[in-house]
Design a binder for this molecule. Sequence first.
Ligand code: SAM
Length: 253
Amino acid sequence: MATQGACWAWTPLDGTGPTVRCSDTKPYERADVRLATGDAIRPGGLALTERALDVLDFAAGSRLLDCGCGAGATLAHLADAGFRAVGCDVSAVLAAEAAGRVPGRALRAEAGALPFASGAFEGVFCECVLSALDQPEAGLEEIARVIVPGGYLVVSDLYLRAGEPGSGGTGAGCAAGALPRELAEARLARHGLPSVVFEDHTRHLIDLSCRLVLELGSAREVMAVLTGREPGCAGDGEKPRLGYGLWICRKEA
Ligand SMILES: C[S@@+](CC[C@H](N)C(=O)[O-])C[C@H]1O[C@@H](n2cnc3c(N)ncnc32)[C@H](O)[C@@H]1O
C-alpha cells in the first residue's frame, strides 16, 4: 500500500474508519513516481511541448513562462531553444530543482499570484498543472493577465472522457480537478483564452500509467495517485474515464 501522498480520506475495509491519513509529499514529489515520469512530470514528456512549439512557431527570443514548471524539464528545453524562458512552481522542492537545472530562470510562485507584469509573455505553458490547482479560476485569471493580447497559452492536461466534474477523484489525486473537455474549454474561454487547437493524446497517459504500474507495483496504486482514493478505501473501485489532451489557446485582443 502507498505510504506517500498528501492527505487521504479513507474507510478501511474492516469497518474501523473513516479516517484521514496524511503525509506532506505530493504525488509529483514522490521518488517512485519520478522514476516513472522522468524529469518531465507528465504524460507525453517533451513530445507534446515540441508539438505545441511546431504549431505555434514562436519567434526566437520570445518571452515564455512555464507555469507550474515542476523540475524544469520544459524550462530547460525552452531556454536551450533560445527563448527568454522563466518558470515558476508552488513547490519549494521542485522550484529549487528547476533553478538548479536553469539557474536564474526559476522561482517559487503560486499560479494565482504570478510575480510578473501584465502582458509580460508571448506564451505560457501549463503542462499537467490546471487539474492540480487548488484554485484554478484564480490561476487562469493570472495566466491570462500575463499573456500579451494575441499571445498563446499551451495547456496539456488530464480531462474526463466521460463523467461529471469531480469524478476524477478527490484531494491530492492528480485528476481531482479534471473536467470534461467542453467544460475545460468553456472555462478557458471565460478567461479570454478560447482554444484554437485541441488534440487527444490519451495514448501518452496509457504509456505513463504502464510505467507507473512497474514502479509502484500495481494498477490500484496508480489509480490512487490519479484519483486520491487509496487502495482499500471507499470509492477505490470507481474508474474515472481519464484522457489526456493538448489545447492551444489564443488570448483575445
Ligand atoms: C504534474 S506536475 C507537472 C510539472 C511540470 N509542468 C511538468 O510537466 O514536468 C504539477 C505541478 O504543478 C505544480 N503546482 C500545483 N499547484 C500549483 C500552484 N497553485 N501554483 C503553481 N504551481 C502549482 C506542482 O508543484 C507540480 O510541479
